[in-house]
Design a protein around this ligand. Structure first.
Ligand code: PA5
Length: 359
């Protein structure tokens, strides 16, 4: 289907936005800072005591996996345990009594996560579930597994505040992370400030998220970030392009892309001519990574118009959440510009109905 004209809707026109987004995805994005506050409070209510594990395995799919990926990326180099993000039916063989398995499914009905939960229980791992209900809540009750219950009724991808902050509370409780309250509070203040200048009421002439969305219409975004947490943010941008804007997108990690993908940008007679590199950056990059990024941008920039989005705030947590928040706005604006309802995920719904049961 041909790309709709860029001016299909005026992003500053509230009525036009509401026509394309009748389910209110934009409102959910705007409310993200408040959802983070609620997610933090929900996590603090966890009453179970937990033993310190050797491994933390966070198992979930799609929108329910991204909080775990973010947690692992923020803690993996500063925690005594090893973190594994599992997006599959099977769990790694290493999972056993010394493991903490966190099963995350927003609906509670995702078959891969239910299967992994049963395996974790059979192997006598410590388990905590994060869900709004469904079969996972029932199985957890049968096996007397602690559950962190989050509010239901919205898309999993619009529930990151509910699905991330409880995980932080779980690993704090298991003795794997220091108190995060100060970082949390300042990260959410950063998000509050961003909402004002990226949100729908900020006119396009002064709104960098609306402007970037305008430049990405008709292009294929390649979202690029350095390990560990900017790479997770890049992956989140990609999946939000997929689900919100119904666009194909790519994501990749530095330093790895310097050893392969960097060559592909020279293909100006092929895919690269239609792709836009979007680098996610942070002042927390190490000196060496900054030098690498600057050199990479110079090489890729000889072939393509490079976009850069910088993290905000005073901690890695704030920077990670801020680039994710920026991307959530961009992908909903992209959906609107393309005339695609950002709430609708017909292909995923169809796949789940074809497979039946708890897909
Ligand atoms: O965004 C989505 O709707 C999907 O990626 C879901 O998160 C995924 O299919 C898993 O479902 P759930 O999050 O309910 O476990």
């Amino acid at each position: 289907m041909p790309e709709p004209a860029r001016a299909a809707i005026d992003l500053d026109d509230a009525q036009a936005r509401a026509r394309v987004d009748p389910g209110g995805m934009m409102g959910l994005v705007v409310d993200f800072p408040q959802q983070c506050r609620q997610g933090w409070l929900i996590g603090q209510q966890l009453s179970a005591s937990l033993r310190r594990p050797r491994q933390v395995v966070i198992t979930g799919m799609g929108g329910s996996a991204v909080g775990g990926a973010l947690l692992a990326s923020l803690l993996e180099h500063r925690s005594p345990a090893c973190f594994i993000v599992n997006r599959d039916y099977a769990l790694p063989e290493i999972v056993g009594k010394d493991s903490l398995v966190i099963a995350v499914s927003y609906s509670g009905n995702t078959e891969e996560t239910l299967t992994a939960f049963e395996t974790a229980a059979e192997r006598e791992a410590q388990i905590v579930c994060v869900t709004s209900g469904g079969r996972l809540a029932e199985l957890a009750a049968q096996r007397q597994v602690p559950v962190i219950s989050v509010p239901g009724g919205q898309p999993p991808r619009a529930s990151l505040g509910y699905l991330f902050f409880p995980l932080l509370a779980i690993v704090e409780r298991a003795g794997l992370a220091p108190d995060q309250h100060a970082d949390f509070a300042s990260a959410v203040r950063t998000l509050d400030g961003m909402r004002e200048h990226l949100g729908p009421d900020a006119p396009g002439a002064e709104n960098p998220a609306k402007q970037l969305a305008g430049r990405l219409v008709g292009r294929m975004p390649f979202v690029l970030g350095s390990t560990p947490w900017l790479g997770v943010a890049a992956y989140r941008w990609r999946t939000q392009c997929n689900e919100n804007a119904k666009m194909l997108a790519s994501s990749n990690l530095l330093p790895e892309l310097d050893h392969n993908e960097i060559c592909g940008w020279a293909d100006q007679e092929g895919t690269a001519s239609r792709a836009t590199p979007v680098f996610l950056r942070s002042s927390f990059e190490s000196d060496r990574m900054r030098a690498r990024l600057d050199a990479t941008i110079e090489i890729i920039g000889a072939h393509a118009q490079v976009e850069q989005v910088w993290g905000e705030g005073d901690s890695p947590l704030a920077h990670a959440l801020s680039v994710i928040y920026f991307g959530d706005f961009v992908t909903v604006y992209l959906a609107l510009l393309r005339g695609r309802n950002p709430m609708e995920i017909a292909a995923i719904d169809r796949l789940k109905s074809v497979l039946g049961g708890n897909a």
